[in-house]
Design a protein around this ligand. Structure first.
Ligand SMILES: [Zn+2]
Length: 488
């Protein structure tokens, strides 16, 4: 009896010593740029059974996932999904923003060089992102043995998801017509990327983002990375972050309805089915954990809505800047408004200081002036959001979207469906950026490793994605994460 007990104890200890933390072989993040939540169902009857419907039928759908900040734009969406955070903490305040009064693009970085072409389209890095991502945390948890790779046509959609410590991020150089990277990651492209580019390229300057080919090209590149980097085939969990950019470009140009939008979602569904099969073959069904979401949604076209008697219209932001400068010229003798972006007006500090004016006086007067204009529901001093009369949900979204030195001084909330100037492409197609349901209600599907089929309508946020994935992997959440793990 004693011997049996000892044997059992030794056996138990041996199992305990060898038991490892259970993790999937691979995590795949898939972000579909501008995918409204309702596209899951608007096109449902036309999707095949191997793509989006496979994820819905076998995966778990968080049906009521919202973006809890504004502005709702691409760079912020990608940073927020992968960091579980918001602009106030991760620092990505827009695609473009004025950083200490200098206009910057979220990922531009003159300290790095393009790898893979002679253009400047590769001078990009995640240096402006202040927080870590899921991939960074995975690296930290495995002493950097995990591989993390980002793939997208848009640089920001590849770089921000991949994170700071990624092995590589690849994006499309339109001037060259193929994928590139930057010296932030590597000195030269791996041979497999060179080979891929030789076989898969377009005419230089061809706008691939505006074509369905852009969807296929991205999935092809993701599959090539999977195969050549042997992702999900090592001892540690790897990560592949993929983003589909063509859906956004086509939406902007042609809107949320019509043949072009329909066709790009059919292409997405078909290519996704193929990609899932590749994952099954290379990593194995049940061995990978995949999530699908979107960086933001999109408004319906305002002419389309007006035709159906639904209120909608333009936000003439260029005129608003001109008018505000004219008012401040008359009131203070200066024109300090540099521009409007992200539904924020940016003031130039040195113009105000040189004129010997108090910035707070200029801000107060500007807010008062803008409030007279009925196109705005709310106008506020960004530093005083908490004391502004505004519904709580809007306050939260505005506070989360604001970071000093990178956001504008004055924020506005336009009426629902009021966006984009009349002479802009948005007037033909669509845009996004507001804090309303059409822009902030996004799909969130989980599929594969340890995921049981089901759905919930409990409200979740874009931040919960990273929190949930990290909880499942038993790794620390990203350092700016404010999301909650939502596990059943
Ligand atoms: Zn967009």
């Amino acid at each position: 009896m004693k011997k049996l007990y000892t044997t059992a104890l030794i056996l138990a200890l041996a199992i305990a010593a060898h038991a490892q933390v259970a993790r999937p072989k691979l995590v795949v993040g898939l972000v579909v740029d501008q995918m409204r939540w309702d596209y899951l169902y608007y096109y449902y009857n036309e999707y095949g059974t191997g793509g989006l419907r496979r994820l819905l039928a076998e995966g778990f759908s968080y049906e009521n996932t919202h973006i809890n900040y504004a502005p709702t734009v691409t760079a912020i969406g990608h940073a927020s999904i992968y960091s579980g955070s918001v602009p106030a903490l991760h620092g990505i305040a827009g695609n473009h923003f004025w950083e200490n009064d200098k206009l910057v693009y979220c990922c531009d970085d003159p300290k790095v060089q393009t790898v893979g072409s002679n253009s400047k389209e590769g001078q990009m890095s995640p240096h402006r992102m202040l927080s870590t991502t899921i991939g960074d945390q995975l690296k930290l948890a495995t002493n950097f043995r995990s591989k993390v790779i980002g793939v997208a046509l848009k640089d920001r959609a590849s770089i921000l998801p991949a994170g700071h410590s990624a092995d590589a991020a690849y994006w499309w150089d339109t001037s060259a017509g193929h994928f590139v990277s930057s010296t932030f990651y590597m000195d030269k492209l791996p041979k497999w990327v060179d080979d891929f580019n030789k076989k898969n390229h377009t005419e230089p300057k061809f706008n691939i983002k505006m074509s369905n080919l852009g969807v296929t090209m991205t999935f092809k590149m993701a599959e090539a990375a999977l195969e050549n980097e042997r992702l999900g085939q090592g001892d540690e969990t790897d990560m592949l972050a993929v983003s589909i950019s063509s859906t956004d470009a086509i939406g902007h140009e042609y809107s949320t309805r019509g043949t072009e939008n329909h066709d790009v979602y059919m292409q997405l569904d078909k290519d996704l089915a193929h990609f899932l099969n590749a994952l099954d073959q290379k990593v194995g069904r049940g061995n990978y954990l995949l999530f699908l979401s979107a960086d933001h949604g999109a408004a319906h076209n305002y002419n389309f809505l007006n035709g159906k008697r639904i209120p909608a219209g333009a936000f003439e932001y260029k005129k608003a800047v001109k008018d505000l400068n004219a008012f401040l010229q008359q009131k203070h003798g200066i024109q300090p408004v540099m521009g409007e972006d992200n539904y924020q007006f940016y003031l130039n500090d040195s113009i105000i200081a040189q004129a010997g004016k108090k910035k707070q006086d200029v801000v107060n007067d500007a807010v008062e002036y803008l409030r007279q204009d009925p196109q705005y529901l709310y106008v506020f001093d960004e530093e005083q959001i908490s004391t502004t009369t505004m519904p709580d949900f809007l306050k939260t979204r505005m506070q989360h979207g604001y970071i000093r030195h990178r956001s504008g001084e004055i924020g506005v909330v336009t009426r629902p469906q009021f966006f984009g100037a009349k002479n802009s492409p948005d007037y033909r197609g669509t845009s996004h950026g507001q804090p309303f349901a059409y822009d902030n209600h996004i799909p969130w599907l989980m599929y594969g490793w340890n995921i049981k089929h089901g759905e919930t309508n409990t409200e979740t946020t874009i931040n919960d994605i990273a929190a949930t994935v990290c909880a499942m992997l038993k790794i620390q959440m990203p350092n700016g994460c404010i999301g909650k793990p939502i596990l059943r």
